[in-house]
Design a protein. Sequence first.
Length: 402
Amino acid sequence: MELPRFSLDDAALLRDPYPAYRGLRAAGPLCRGGPAQWVVTRYDEVARLLKDRRLGRAFPVEFQEMSVGAGPAVDFLRRIVIDRDPPDHTRLRRLLTKALPPTTVRTLDGPIGDLVDELLTAAEERGSFDAVTDLAQPLPVLVMSTLLGIPHGDRAEVMRRSLDVAKAFAVFLPESERAAAHEGVRWLREYLRDLLRSRLAAPGDDLLSAIALSRDDEHRPLTEEEAVDNALFLYYAGFETTTNLIATGCHALLQHPAEQRRLRADRTLMPTAIEEFLRWDAPIHTTTRLTLEPVEVGGRTIRANRVVVLLLASANFDERQFPDPERLDLARRPNAHLSFGGGVHHCLGAMLARVEGAAVFGRLLDRPGHLEPAGEAEWRPSAAGFRFPYCAFRSIPVARTD
């Protein structure tokens, strides 16, 4: 039987891909993608493959050049922790986790909440605010810039260049976008290399100093290239997921006023609310793997050296796993969504995203007034058409009413 086909460059999927996901799941757990590419749609299969060591993340250089074109972005992708397999991945992840341990992340809720209040106060003086441009975009950048010790005067340019670097993570980047991705990597590498060398000469208490001084179990440091590229990756990972979580969470509250009132009345729901925002519209809809040996999915064998696209957002709506999945339920339990991936490549920024999300929605609801749409949300056309790896929203106007 011929399998359905799913195209990541279908611009029609940008605003609402969930009906398409539903149709794919109904047809089976597997469908065709591009050349030598398979797409997995159902929860059980996606969850299993995320942990299957027969699939890796270290793609051949030829695949990455096909995706983004030859240039600096390719060796950047080949050096960062997310695109390395054990034992290289294990070493890099351990060093990066040492530099930013969970105990440090847990202490950030108060300072992050203060930043949220500053941003909201400045924005709401105008009578309304934009959940994307006034909050979802600037807050995670401020947090990561502070953690890395990026000087205030440089932060706007670093952010702008990082948005270009984000393009390198697309499954396929159009020719018109490739030069910007490579230039973004080149510029930020030079910038972070200079900053890293200054930290080695005079360490501070920031994350970049910790990365520069970190040592593995055999007391070996990261090479300069590893330190620079993985610091850049941490900066990107630290704002991309959280930006999307804040934007999609705000949009969900605006579209579901009863759930907004429920959360305002019962703040003990905040932890489950954050998880439901993550499930309801995953910050990143897909993740990719490379088969290292043959793997069976849905009664078919996927040969070695094939690209497997795992549709995280589709898995999060699988009727076999989540009762009434198309209903936003801020008290949903259990909620084993797959928005942060799984296995050895579980998202490095997951805890930080949760801490920032709780601070944002807590401070938003601390203020008087019900949040309502102040206009139509504006969707952002991505370079690849699909909702990866960019925030799906360009603007979400918000007003408060009594």
